[in-house]
Design a protein around this ligand. Sequence first.
Ligand code: PMV
Length: 298
Amino acid sequence: MTTCSAPGKIYLFGEHAVVYGEPAIACAIELRTRVCAKKSNVIKISSNLGKTALDFDVHPYVSAAIKKMGSPGVSIEITSDIPVGSGLGSSAAVTIATLAAINIEFGLGYENEELARIGHEIEKEVQGAASPTDTFVSTFGGVVEIPSRKRLELLDCGIVIGNTNKGASPKKTAKLVQQVARLKEQYPDAINPIIKTIGSFAKQGEALVSEKNYTSLGKLMNVNHGLLDALGVCTVELSALVYAARNAGAYGAKLTGAGGGGCMVALSDSPQEVAKAIERAGGQAIITRFTQLGVLLE
Ligand code: PMV
């Protein structure tokens, strides 16, 4: 029996713009998905979504991972701290943890680099499109600039995630990426500069991360949120949580991931205060931290 875990992620800067080749900064967080793999005569998958055999509707990522690893007879049990389909990389975490657990349980000998690559292929197959960000960060952990994969300094302030508990769906990312693409086609003169400006935050953010300049990082996160709103991916619930976090003294707050519901993220040295404000504004708050730890054998 082998148990592996892999982390979820937040974007400090750059979601959506990264689709057009702009840089982004993504960070692994301490929320993890654990996958226990055990040799078996049949394929069994158990999670809070249900108990199934190979099932591409209920467990698409895990079923694809089992298939990619040669469909060995295996019993898989999943537990997770990461809300599903909410912009925190839950699908990458379950994919990478499953690949790693099967790799060790069956002695397949893949390196982590290879697991990240297979994980990205699985996300593309299941979702139709996916950047390699989530699977890379879930495999290797840390604060990472995309697409260069440069590892930046680990930040040590608190992270507060606010979940709107609205709009969660594994298909949401593809829908919102298409929505931004349509807006960009219709209004290139308005949208192209917004995308470039979002890219500039990741470039400035690199120095600010190494200085641990939380005040400036927070201010740029606030501007990044405004521009994501301009791209049409924000919701009234997300903005309510973002404003509640800022009013409670967060350095900065923005939506994270594709938007359209899901989660926002705030940086703060008083995470309890910010979490209370998020809850009062109708969100579900989760306090977490940055982590260097990627996929791990537990
Ligand atoms: O919601 P998530 O965690 O899947 O993030 C989506 C980020 C996008 O930039 C919108 C799309 C992508 O694949 O990079």
